[in-house]
Design a protein around this ligand. Structure first.
Ligand code: ZN
Length: 287
């Protein structure tokens, strides 16, 4: 009998719920807004009661407790999102649905999806960055997520400002001293007064973001030497990869030889790498 797999993409503005068979063919899907934890998790429970599954992969916004056996495991940690800090996501869902849940970050789910069926399916190691409402990175090495004390926090790594960019930054912790503070989606509106989708792509702000994306890729490369570095999220697109590779090469300055297609855009449209990753992680619990 074929197992049914569940996916929960838990984002700061919406949750995407989906059900698939073991070939990841989707049979039900629903988007719900991220409201209070009580309302949102009740909607998740209703969905999976109507569409029963054997296991769920849950890729969440963070920071989250992912170390099994600790008191924080399964919880949302210190998010500024009202009401969510301390929410025991895995405990609440498990108590209602009685199925195993693989709990990880949204970007770990995405890198896993790329590794199983996307841009990294022919290699053993990859890093995935999302540049959207926030910035995050996930890394995989020989099928295992990279992380120790907790999950990676690559969006908060130090950044060198673009010489023409005088933005004060928007990270509540690091101002303009981290990637999220200078390159996440909301920084576009903070600089220009316009949302990114209303601006022409030749606006300098997109050049800044490509410059920062290249730094993210170069740092990831020198720290982890992944075979693929993959960008997703709503802020940069496939066309931006040309400029990101160019800035990467300037930073590298001939030091290390890397293939030009090491840096790529997500294989999947509409953030589906996370959904595929969630399904595959759910399946891993049933093996
Ligand atoms: Zn930061």
């Amino acid at each position: 009998m074929s197992n049914k797999l569940g996916s929960i993409e838990a984002g700061g503005t919406k949750f995407v719920l989906a059900v698939a068979d073991e070939t990841y063919k989707v049979s039900a899907k629903k988007r719900i807004p991220t409201l209070t934890p009580d309302e949102t998790l009740a909607a998740c429970i209703d969905f999976f009661k109507e569409n029963p599954v054997d296991a769920i992969g849950l890729g969440s916004f963070g920071p989250i407790g992912i170390k099994t056996g600790t008191a924080d495991y399964g919880h949302i940690l210190s998010t500024p999102k009202p009401g969510w800090a301390g929410t025991d996501m895995v405990g609440i869902l498990t108590a209602a649905l009685h199925v195993p849940i693989y709990f990880t970050t949204d970007v770990n789910a995405s890198v896993y999806g790329e590794y199983i069926a996307g841009s990294a399916k022919d290699v053993d190691s990859a890093v995935y960055f999302t540049i959207g409402t926030g910035i995050g990175g996930g890394a995989i090495q020989d099928g295992q997520f990279v992380g120790g004390y907790s999950h990676l926090e690559m969006g908060h790594a130090p950044v060198m400002m673009h010489p023409d960019d005088d933005f004060v930054g928007s990270c509540p912790f690091h101002g303009n001293r981290c990637y999220e503070g200078v390159a996440a989606g909301p920084t576009i509106e903070a600089r220009t007064g316009e949302r990114g989708e209303n601006l022409k792509r030749d606006n300098p702000v997109f050049d800044y973001i490509n410059y920062y994306a290249a730094q993210m890729a170069f740092s990831a490369y020198v720290n982890l030497t992944p075979e693929k570095i993959i960008f997703g999220g709503s802020v940069i697109n496939d066309d931006d990869m040309v400029k990101v590779r160019q800035y990467f090469n300037e930073l590298n300055n001939g030091y290390i030889q890397v293939p030009d297609d090491m840096i790529v855009h997500s294989h999947f449209a509409d953030n589906a790498s996370a959904t595929v990753g969630d399904f595959a992680l759910a399946a891993s619990l049933l093996k």
